[in-house]
Design a protein around this ligand. Structure first.
Ligand code: GTP
Ligand code: MG
Length: 201
C-alpha cells in the first residue's frame, strides 16, 4: 500500500463510552507490553514518532486509531502482562481490549505480536486462543528479529509455532522495526484480508 496520509483519528480510554464507528476496515495489533506494537505501526506507515514508543513497558495506555489513506484504520492497543500496573487498571484495560476485539463492527484482522526471542507466555497463549474463539484467524508476528543471530531464527520461530500450536510455521511473519524486514509481508497480509473482507460485503 502506498502511504498517502496517516492521522491519529480516535483515542479510546477505559472511561470512554462506546466504540468508534470508523467507517473503514480496522486492523488491530495486540501483544504483551514492550513487544513492539507501536514501533511496528510506525514502521508500517514509515512515520517514526507517530505512535509513541518507549523502552519501558506500559507506554500505550489507550486504544489509538490511525486512519491510513482514508482506506483502513490501524489500531494500536495497550499491551497486556505489564506487572507494574495495578490489578484494577490491568483488569480495566483487559476488558476494554476484549470489548473492542469482540464487538467492533469494522474489525477486519487481528495481528498478535510475540517477541521472537522468547517462548510465548501463558498470556500470549490465552490471547491467541481467545482471538480464535472470536472467529478471527490471528496472524502472528514475531518481533525484534534484528536481536537474533541468523543461525538462531529457525529454532526461535519453531518454538513460537509449537507453543501456540501453529502447524505451518511459515505463516508466522518475522519483523524488525529497526530495519523494517517483514514489512511487505504484513502489508500483503493486510491486503489479502482486505480483499476477502470486501468480497464479503
Ligand atoms: P506498550 O505500548 O507498552 O504495550 O509497548 P509496545 O508493544 O507498543 O512496544 P514499543 O513499540 O513501545 O517498543 C518497546 C521497546 O522495544 C522500544 O524501546 C522499542 O524501540 C523496542 N523495539 C520495538 N520493536 C523493535 C525491534 O524490532 N527491534 C528492536 N531492536 N527493538 C524494538
Ligand atoms: Mg505501545
Amino acid at each position: 500500500m502506498v502511504i498517502k496520509s496517516v492521522e491519529l483519528e480516535k483515542v479510546i480510554g477505559v472511561t470512554t463510552k462506546g466504540l468508534p464507528d470508523s467507517g473503514r476496515p480496522e486492523f488491530a495489533f495486540a501483544g504483551r507490553s514492550n513487544v513492539g506494537k507501536s514501533s511496528l505501526i510506525n514502521g508500517l506507515v514509515m512515520r517514526n514518532g507517530l505512535a509513541r514508543t518507549s523502552g519501558s513497558p506500559g507506554k500505550t495506555q489507550t486504544m489509538n486509531f490511525y486512519n491510513v489513506n482514508n482506506e483502513i484504520t490501524l489500531v494500536d492497543l495497550p499491551g497486556y502482562g505489564y506487572a507494574k500496573v495495578d490489578q484494577e487498571l490491568k483488569a480495566k484495560w483487559g476488558r476494554m481490549i476484549e470489548n473492542y476485539l469482540a464487538n467492533s463492527v469494522w474489525l477486519c484482522g487481528i495481528f498478535l505480536l510475540v517477541d521472537i526471542r522468547h517462548k510465548p507466555s501463558e498470556d500470549d497463549i490465552r490471547m491467541f486462543e481467545w482471538i480464535k474463539d472470536q472467529s478471527f484467524e490471528p496472524v502472528v508476528i514475531a518481533t525484534k528479529l534484528d536481536k537474533l543471530k541468523r543461525s538462531e531464527v529457525k529454532k526461535c520461530v519453531s518454538e513460537v509455532a509449537e507453543t501456540l500450536g501453529i502447524e505451518d510455521e511459515s505463516r508466522i511473519i518475522k519483523f524488525s522495526s529497526e530495519n523494517k524486514s517483514g514489512r511487505d509481508e504484513i502489508w500483503n497480509s493486510i491486503e489479502e484480508e482486505l480483499s476477502r473482507y470486501n468480497g464479503k460485503i
